[in-house]
Design a protein around this ligand. Structure first.
Ligand code: AMP
Ligand code: MG
Length: 331
């Protein structure tokens, strides 16, 4: 017996799930997205701790919050930040290095030209993009302990990795509170804690980029993050063309790599979040090369023409009614 009833901002006690525990849910809006948390526990205390922590992290990392640390970095170009912010920036730079710069948190000024942060969408001139790009580049970010320094004409944006970090943090809070079964969705970032109350693994749907009310397939997971990046998640149209929010740092324009979405399945939400954004930029071929060199994640790719490709490690857990190809580790 399972019945979900969500009311924004409130933790609700719902039906008994047959395991002596109850289902409690919490939904909130933070980090520019709707977040939903469902736990199976004896009470809902952990949910209010999660909400408090997510709101604290949002305030810390939102580059538009004048009291936040990223705002201070962007304004002063150098700032002493908390260890957690420094660690997240360090993790972001590591993903940049691993993906040859496909992931780059220094694209904030470029993203702003397109209006993706504030919502004032427009198509910038190439000359504007070149100016913004000349200040950017993850390799110019300096980290000395917790002191961050960025170039005078650069700005950073943790939108491509912050929700993953928030998921990891929420999962830690739940685990430390003794919660053994939970699922959370922070925009395109899903994290599953333990197994479902009936002892089965969680079945997580991967949205169809062409029709987000349906799924292209599902993966069965536990204690795992399932994070999707796709051009369909935020975009605008102008002059008959569609422009989306994932920027190719090589051009300053929406990445056009032949992919509609990338889903990363990994133990770490932070790394899955950064990687899903990066691999969306890289495209299928380069992503497969990176996956073959790296044992830490699995992936589902949906190409612009609707093709589905999954990495070998998901072959037992991926279910779909459509045709798909399995990418093998050995060539
Ligand atoms: P995601 O939804 O995790 O794929 O991340 C997309 C968000 O990350 C955008 O809304 C921007 O804030 C930021 N972003 C866009 N392009 C990049 C990029 N190439 N590297 C890092 N962050 C990016
Ligand atoms: Mg991401």
């Amino acid at each position: 017996m399972r019945k979900i009833c969500l009311i924004a901002g409130a933790a609700l006690c719902l039906t008994l799930c047959g395991c002596g525990k109850r289902e409690y849910t919490q939904s909130l809006f933070a980090m520019d997205t709707v977040m939903n948390f469902t736990i199976y526990a004896e009470n809902d205390a952990a949910l209010s701790d999660v909400k408090t922590e997510i709101e604290r992290m949002d305030a810390l990392l939102d580059r538009g919050n004048e009291n936040g640390e990223i705002y201070a970095v962007n304004k002063n170009k150098t700032a002493e930040v908390s260890a957690e912010t420094a660690d997240l920036i360090r993790a972001a730079v590591e993903i940049s290095e691993k993906t040859d710069g496909a992931f780059d948190i220094s694209m904030a000024a470029v993203s702003d030209l397109w209006g993706f942060y504030g919502g004032n969408f427009r198509v910038p001139a190439d000359s504007e993009l070149q100016t913004a790009l000349s200040g950017a580049g993850y390799e110019k970010i300096r980290l000395d302990g917790n002191k961050i320094t960025i170039p005078q004409n650069a700005a950073i944006d943790l939108g491509g990795i912050g929700k993953g970090c928030a998921s990891d943090r929420a999962a830690d809070i739940l685990k430390n509170s003794g919660v053994k079964s939970a699922v959370m969705s922070l925009g395109g970032n899903v994290y599953t804690l333990g197994k479902r109350p009936d002892g089965e693994e969680w079945k997580i749907g991967i949205a169809d980029p062409r029709d987000t009310s349906s799924v292209i397939g599902t993966v069965k997971v536990s204690d795992t993050a399932v994070v999707t990046s796709g051009g369909y998640q935020r975009f605008f149209e102008s002059g008959g063309r569609t422009y989306h929010h994932i920027i190719d740092p090589a051009t300053g324009k929406s990445a056009e790599s032949g992919l509609s979405s990338v889903t990363i399945v990994s133990k770490s939400s932070t790394s899955a979040d950064g990687l899903s954004t990066a691999l969306f930029v890289k495209g299928l071929e380069d992503s497969v090369r990176l996956w073959r060199e790296n044992g830490e994640f699995e992936a589902v790719f949906v190409t612009s023409d609707g093709g589905i490709f999954i990495t070998e490690g998901l072959s037992d857990t991926f279910e779909t009614e459509r045709g798909y190809e399995i990418i093998k580790r050995g060539i």
